[in-house]
Design a protein around this ligand. Structure first.
Ligand SMILES: NC(=O)c1ccc[n+]([C@@H]2O[C@H](COP(=O)([O-])OP(=O)(O)OC[C@H]3O[C@@H](n4cnc5c(N)ncnc54)[C@H](OP(=O)(O)O)[C@@H]3O)[C@@H](O)[C@H]2O)c1
Length: 248
């Protein structure tokens, strides 16, 4: 672990992103926290400072906005010591497809936020990471990138897309000592899952999940699926075909 690590996290106003911010705060990191809800970010900022963060800068940002995302990423890179150590593209929404509504607004919002939100906030950091031959890129995908969730095709497609982006970038960026880690969470307690009324197998608390995710990033994992119980389920289902997964 580097001293004064600089970490940029999108979707840091709640859930997984906020908890990962707290994990890095405990290491004394310099944090850039981005999301749309500024009042929530300010609360997380205070929590991070209480937990030991060296500095915390909050950015009110809709990751769908390419120009603003780029400006904010460059601003954070120029803050304090120049550069960036870790970018965690975590912001995401999980709206259902509204397949029979005749209206593509909701599915498009999922695709735009979850795919373009990732490219908008990762690409601005890459030239600097290449120059310094240092950096970790972390993309929060989902087990939905392996499963077939009914009514959430847009969400699943977005999570497949970002996992494939990471797989494609990894080889090229390795030459520049840039690590690319994809995290595929199962059900983790957060605002996203709090509204679910269905049974969520292997549901994990956010703080436990964030600790494991940060450890996976430290260990240079390529693709990290958690909770662990999903790994055999996905492996066996891939052998047996997708029917078992869609039932789950
Ligand atoms: N919880 C799970 O079980 C689970 C499982 C698999 C994958 N994931 C993934 O984990 C990530 C975090 O989700 P979570 O579970 O922690 O849910 P969450 O509590 O709802 O957090 C989502 C975060 O994304 C931010 N966000 C959403 N749209 C945004 C936008 N357009 N621009 C900027 N920020 C935006 C939200 O902040 P604002 O609303 O303030 O903008 C919030 O901070 C998501 O990518 C999700 O798909 C979660």
């Amino acid at each position: 672990m580097k001293e004064n690590e600089k970490v940029f996290i999108t979707g840091a106003s709640s859930g997984i992103g906020a908890q990962i911010a707290i994990e890095y705060a405990r290491r004394g990191a310099i944090l850039g926290l981005a999301a749309r809800r500024e009042e929530k970010l300010i609360k997380i900022k205070q929590q991070c400072l209480d937990e030991g963060a060296k500095e915390v800068i909050t950015y009110s940002l809709d990751v769908a906005d390419q120009e603003k995302s780029s400006g904010i990423c460059l601003e954070f890179m120029n803050y304090s010591e120049k550069g960036i150590d870790i970018i965690i593209a975590n912001a995401g929404v999980a709206y259902s497809d509204h397949l029979s509504s005749g209206d593509a607004t909701q599915i498009n919002q999922t695709l735009i936020t979850n795919i373009l939100g990732v490219t908008n906030t990762i690409l601005p950091f890459i030239p600097s990471m290449k120059d310094t031959k240092n950096g970790k890129i972390v993309i929060i995908s989902s087990i939905a990138s392996f499963t077939l969730p009914a009514f959430f095709g847009g969400y699943a497609a977005s999570k497949v897309a970002v996992r494939r982006l990471a797989d494609s970038w990894r080889g090229y960026l390795k030459k520049y000592n840039i690590q690319v880690t994809t995290i595929c969470p199962g059900y983790i307690r957060s605002e996203m899952t709090d509204i679910n009324e269905f049974n969520m197998p292997f549901l994990m608390d956010t703080d436990v999940a964030a600790t494991k995710m940060v450890r996976a990033i430290d260990n240079g994992k390529k693709t990290y699926i958690l909770p662990w119980q999903w790994r055999p389920v996905i492996f066996i289902s891939n052998l047996l075909g997708k029917r078992l997964l869609s039932r789950i």
